[in-house]
Structure formats: structure tokens, C-alpha cells
Write a protein that binds this ligand. Sequence first.
Ligand SMILES: [Zn+2]
Length: 106
Amino acid sequence: MYCRNCGKKIDENFKVCPYCGTSYEQNFNMNYNVKQEVNSESNGICYGIIGFFFPIVGLILYLVWMNERPRAAKSAGIGALINVILGVIFAIIVLIFIFLVGVNSL
Ligand SMILES: [Zn+2]
């Protein structure tokens, strides 16, 4: 690649241009973030499970990671959502059961 400041050809592995001293640390960090994002993708199911068993944690992870790690945030959020939906369904079943038992006992 070529230095964006002085235009001289430099090694891609260099973090600093040897001719003018321009730092390429930012490029390095960008690559690091991409790698992190790939890792979080493969861990998505784990975050989903965490969100499922601890919906409050899932919700917090969703809100905290929404911008930085959208895929992980989505997984945690979906896990929490599934838990909430199952909880509501379970509550409805319990209410129906209580209602039926109450009607029969009258
Ligand atoms: Zn340079």
C-alpha cells in the first residue's frame, strides 16, 4: 500500500510510515473490530441463551450493545423476548387453569 500522507510505498504490516511518521494504528483497530464482530457472531447463540434465562441481563446487553455489537445485541434481545413470550403464555395457561378450577368448585 501507499502512504496516504506522503505517497511513498510502504509495507502493509507497518503501523507507522517510515518516511513521514503517519500512523496506521486506526486501520489495525478497524481490523480488530471486524474480528471481534465475527467472534460475537459465533457467540450469538450463547447470548441468546443468556437472554433467555436472564431476560433482564439480555435486555441490558441488548441496550448496551445495540450500536457496538448489533448481532450479539440482537441475539441477547431475542433470547429475552422468547423468555417473556413464554412467560406470558405460561401466565395465561395458569390463569385459564385457575379460572376453570374456580368455576368447577362453585
Ligand atoms: Zn508517509
